[in-house]
Design a protein around this ligand. Structure first.
Ligand SMILES: [Zn+2]
Length: 440
């Protein structure tokens, strides 16, 4: 890759951390003032909590402000149609709208002004560049274009100068044909779909590692991209490097991405301020420990988010990275708070199970977690599949998985061993948890 510059935006990406925090504070003050002045909702919320923009003297002071969440966005959209009353720019300045359907029906709109959209795409270009995308690449964007905030990320790749192929979400055979015909070097999907797509190719007698030109796969939407076992499996299947990305429908298609050092996902700290807190107490957790991610947008003005609870469980580090970028790195997304299972008092995420299941060559790697109830206690059953052609001791295999769960997670689940290809394969995000307990 010689001849090309090392960073997309060297000044911002390698800014010393104390300087970066100064930058964040300036932006945060502007943003809090703007929301107080322009948004009736934020004004009411801050007044009720007894806080005003003047109370923000240091970054830590943001903790004095109340949090909001997805429910607030949804309910404000209903209370103040069409886009809610968190807006801080007039509609005539809006140029783009993404929306998240969520699991509960009505899509929640996330508008962008022209400059918001420009910032968004510059940020995506920065991430692509940091993962090694260059103008010599052919990038097939295989994410959904309909209302999905990840759709327009393809424009970030155009900014990089790559040849972009606007694949979208299309049937697997067609996507495979596009990737093969035009020798795409990079693509982006969910981890479970990257796996499924590779398996589909194999079933059609094509070895993805040999007969495609894919060198890098960007993945997002599920924890798999930061689970080494899952990443290794996809890498072997495709003979490609897998980079984990993290996006949020209410902000950007990607808010954090892996650089070529692949030791965590750099956050775009100049665009979004992050806090990681204990979801029960709201207290900040130390670096390296798991907590819920809370975000404050620093630049996006169409609908700023102040202390937005994401429901995503993450951990992070501010240690220097080999790549020279200074922005904090997420160790990965451990899971959604909604997917967290509490089994005998232990917090268990599907990603914990995935680490174990994907590391065993006697299994296909597919799995599902089923929660039932016995004597008012939650019982976890892990459904897994024997690898094709497995002839060994099935009881021994189940026992081995139970023991590993005990060792790594601290609980001993029921293990149900199924034949290969029994579980449903995901073409988008995989549903890993089935809660079969009776709802009160
Ligand atoms: Zn790095």
């Amino acid at each position: 890759m010689s001849g090309y510059r090392r960073y997309w935006d060297e000044e911002i990406e390698t800014m010393p951390r104390d300087q970066l925090r100064e930058f964040q504070l300036t932006k945060m003050k502007e943003m809090v003032e703007l929301t107080y002045k322009k948004s009736p909702y934020y004004k009411g919320l801050f007044d009720e909590a007894g806080v005003k923009p003047v109370h923000l003297a240091h970054l830590e002071d943001i903790k004095k402000f109340p949090t909001i969440d997805k429910k607030v966005l949804r309910s404000r959209q209903q209370a103040a149609p069409d886009f809610g009353d968190l807006l801080c720019a007039p509609e005539e300045e809006f140029v783009f709208l993404s929306a998240s359907s969520g699991s509960t029906g009505v899509p929640t709109a996330s508008p962008f002004t022209g400059p918001d959209f420009e910032d968004f795409q510059d940020c995506q270009a920065r991430f692509f560049w940091s993962s090694g995308m260059r103008p010599t690449d052919r990038y097939c964007h295989a994410l959904n274009f309909t209302l999905f905030v990840g759709g327009p990320d393809v424009i970030g790749a155009m900014k990089v100068g790559a040849l972009t192929i606007w694949g979208g979400s299309i049937p697997s055979e067609r996507l495979l044909s596009i990737l093969k015909t035009w020798k795409a070097t990079i693509t982006w999907t969910t981890p479970s779909y990257a796996w499924f797509l590779g398996e589909t190719a194999r079933e059609n007698g094509i070895d993805p590692a040999k007969e495609f030109s894919i060198k890098k796969i960007f993945v997002a939407g599920e924890p798999g991209g930061s689970i080494p076992e899952t990443r290794d499996n996809i890498q072997k299947l495709w003979g490609a490097d897998v980079y984990d990305y993290f996006g949020l429908s209410d902000i950007f298609g990607a808010c954090a991405a892996m650089c070529e050092a692949k030791e965590g996902l750099h956050w775009a700290e100049d665009h979004i301020f992050t806090e990681v807190v204990d979801p029960d107490t709201g207290e900040e957790v130390p670096e390296g420990e798991r907590g819920e991610l809370i975000l404050t947008s620093l630049k996006k003005v169409a609908r700023p988010l102040i202390r937005f609870r994401t429901g995503d469980i993450v951990s992070y580090t501010t240690e220097p990275c080999d790549c020279g970028r200074t922005h904090l790195r997420l160790h990965g997304i451990h899971g959604r708070l909604d997917d967290m299972m509490i089994i005998k008092g232990v917090n268990v995420f599907p990603s914990d199970i995935e680490t174990i299941v994907r590391n065993n060559s006697n299994l296909t790697g597919e799995y599902a977690c089923v929660i039932t109830e016995k004597k008012h206690m939650a019982v976890l059953t892990v459904e897994i599949e024997k690898a094709e052609g497995f002839q060994g001791d099935a009881d021994g295999l189940a026992e081995q998985i139970q023991t590993e769960c005990q060792k790594i997670i601290g609980i001993r689940p029921v293990v149900k061993l199924l034949e290969a290809k029994t579980l449903t394969r995901a073409t988008h995000k995989a549903m890993r948890v089935r809660d079969e307990r009776k709802k009160p």
